[in-house]
Design a protein around this ligand. Structure first.
Ligand code: PMP
Length: 439
């Protein structure tokens, strides 16, 4: 019996003992193609000697120094590297240990900014339905996944959830994608006006929605309009790139593709690439200076922020993404993956939509292609495909999102950036095998 609290009490998980490139190996020697990089984490694959060497060197030099007393070289270097490449006016970095910590910190930073700015009435967050921002109380409050929120509802903050930008389901036949993008963004202005503009502090969204919607990309112009609305009403734009950031979509920061920059940006997962737990929150100097010139410090913090070993790993990972030309690879292999998925599943009676950017791809499964009706949640289609794929030696990330209160099934693919053409074929074959076994 395991004494570890497993994710699921009925999960009889194999023991992972090794990793080589895009494969994971269990204690029986079985190999699994890591088609989702865990949960869009392992962007460099497993066993990357350069990253482990950077971690070992840092451990030999200095394992830990508390940020209440010290800064450290790796944290400073990583912050410089991120800011050198960050969009817009983002020029300050706050390190954390993961995605939920980044979004939670972003919520608190937004609030403290307005308090120190003399607008303490601004305390409302607007986010979107069918989104996920993490599992701590603030982050879970911002997330719009009904199923994840349900049993914790009495503990959650009062966050407004507007409709997501979800062309496959919400675009009308008589409107263009661009027009739909404008209409979807209008929901933000409507909600700001309904709440009272001077009460709203931030709008939080994922540029490309991951876990709850299977690589759902925004309509062209959507985020530009969102940015304009935020500016018009003095509302901060927080972009959550925990899953879609760090090169995953073919840009180091996903929002670059939409031509917008947020006031606060959250990253994690691919930043440590699984080699170390690390996340970060980037913000503008307008926000930083308001606090620095006010009370002087952000009233937040965790013991392990800016951990030198995690920062050394993050620096090695981001350097590898940039220096090895991996962003170009993501675009190239991502386009091939999209074509392979379209060839294989484009006419499948239960595949409604194939979407995504770069090596962040999603398939939406439906009971009926014509009506787009989702499967009955009781069938547990996503979970069964995950199981069948795993048995066939493929790790993919099937998730149930929420569509108008009903659960819908998606498969998310986010393989390591080093995936080859043959491995893309292996991924597609195994996925086909798993889907055919279930629906
Ligand atoms: N935001 C997004 C968009 C995520 O996908 C996730 C994790 N799936 C989180 C936040 C939370 O990150 P973590 O699990 O590292 O706390």
């Amino acid at each position: 019996m395991t004494h570890i609290f497993p994710r699921h009490s009925k999960l009889n998980a194999p023991v992972a003992v090794g990793g080589e490139g895009i494969y994971l190996i269990d204690s029986t020697g079985k190999r699994y193609l890591d088609g989702s990089g865990g949960a869009a984490v392992s962007c460099l694959g497993h066993g990357d000697a350069e990253i482990t060497a950077a971690i070992k060197a840092q451990l030999d030099q200095l394992a830990f120094a508390h940020t209440g007393f010290f800064t450290s070289e790796p944290a400073e270097k990583l912050a410089d590297l991120l800011i050198d490449h960050a969009p817009g006016d983002l020029d300050r970095v706050y390190f954390v240990s993961g995605g939920s910590e980044a979004t939670e910190a972003a919520i608190k930073l937004a609030r403290q900014y307005f308090v120190e700015k003399g607008e303490p009435q601004r305390g409302r967050i607007i986010a979107r339905k069918q989104s996920y921002h993490g599992n701590t109380i603030g982050a879970l409050s911002a997330g719009g996944n009904a199923w994840r929120r349900a049993q914790f509802a009495p503990l959650l903050l009062d966050v407004s959830h507007i409709e997501p930008c979800y062309a496959y389901r919400l675009k009308r036949d008589d409107e263009s994608l661009e027009d739909y993008g404008q209409r979807a963004a209008q929901a933000l202005e409507d909600e700001i006006l309904a709440l009272g503009p001077d009460t709203v502090m931030a709008f939080m969204a994922e540029p490309v929605v991951g876990a709850t919607a299977g690589a759902l990309t925004p309509a062209p112009g959507y985020f530009k309009r969102i940015r304009e609305i935020c500016d018009q009403y003095g509302v901060l734009l927080i972009l959550d790139e925990v899953m879609c950031g760090m090169g995953r979509t073919g840009h180091l920061f996903a929002c670059e593709a939409d031509g917008v920059a947020p006031d606060i940006l959250c990253i994690a997962k691919g930043l440590g690439a699984g080699y170390q737990p690390i996340g970060a929150m980037l913000c503008t100097s307008e926000i930083y200076d308001t606090i620095a010139n006010g009370s002087g410090f952000f009233q937040h913090g965790h013991t392990y922020i800016g951990h030198p070993v995690a920062a050394a790993a993050g620096h090695a990972v981001v350097s590898a993404i940039l220096d090895r030309g991996l962003i170009g690879k993501v675009r190239e292999q991502g386009a091939k993956l999209h074509d392979k998925l379209t060839d294989r599943f484009g006419q499948h009676p239960h595949v409604g939509d194939i979407r995504g950017r770069g090596l962040f791809r999603g398939i939406e499964l439906v009971a009926d292609r014509e009506t787009k009706d989702p499967f009955d949640p009781a069938r547990g289609v996503a979970a069964k495909i995950k199981k069948a794929a795993f048995e066939a030696g493929l790790v993919c990330y099937p998730m149930s999102g929420t569509i108008d209160g009903q659960r819908g099934d998606h498969i998310l693919l986010a393989p390591p950036f080093i995936i080859t053409d043959d491995q893309l074929d292996e991924l597609t074959d195994k996925l086909d095998q798993a889907i055919s076994a279930v629906i």
